[in-house]
Design a protein around this ligand. Sequence first.
Ligand code: ASP
Length: 325
Amino acid sequence: MSGRVSAEPQPFVFPHRHLLGIEGLSRDDIALLLDLAESYIALNRRAEKKLDVLRGRTLINMFFESSTRTRTSFELAGKRLGADVINMSTSSSSIKKGETLIDTALTLNAMQPDVLVVRHPDSGAVRLLSNHVECAIINGGDGSHEHPTQALLDALVIRRHRGRLAGLLIAICGDIMHSRVARSNIHLLTIMGARVRLVAPPTLLPAAIERMGVEVHHDMHRGLADADIVMMLRLQTERMQGSFVPSAREYFHFYGLTYEKLAVAKPDALIMHPGPMNRGVEIDSVVADDITRSVILEQVELGVAVRQACLEVLARNLPGIGHNR
Ligand code: ASP
């Protein structure tokens, strides 16, 4: 039998029941998700976008914090894979009537959904929920902890432009302290062999962040020097208790991305931002809209493909779908 080449498609295995964060994923897990997402990009550009990978399955989006792109993106991803998609937000949930998060989850779980996408203002809330349900859970952003699908879509955009992640120098700038996007990106990029620099005022950097294997700078000119990618973050005032920056104007002066600060990065450095953007606070409008450098809208586009990949791998681990495409 040796030497026979099988024509069977190779089964792919994602050895996790949930996607709670990037921490805990392996290089292979990440590569699997990115490769699969890649295959959805072309599909999403076609007039006919539907597949039936998730036909008969139910996806519930449970968002306890506001969201435009993440919720819409999961909704489109689920619908394009043929799932029934239900959206729930805090304003329409019984949490308003005093029900606990776990009771809400148990109630939804009793309706036999297959996947729950959960966004919650508290770090750790999504993991807590995952201990109480039978369905697969995807973390759509929990407090300042993790936002795994954002980091995956960022990685997909970078990989498409640069062909790789390993060896690239990526500067993540701004409000690192409150950013789940930064945390998930640090995990992903360091796992994949990129070099990560954080650039922020000391007040917006968590203590001992260097332990995550990153370099830290407080000055944009030093932090951006030779960067392949410049990733800007929003000042997340909704998570701040007290004052972390003197004023938006002063913050822009020192940390806002302008062409002048960008000049020290690689000449073709890509500009990224997870959105929503505060124009004139962390990024100059002309830089954000520069279609030769900014890939901000491509991040939104590829986000749908990444979420399709995440839904597919988790759904294939549920009983009744199987592993081969
Ligand atoms: N949309 C991203 C998040 O939910 C980034 C942000 O809100 O600034 O974390």
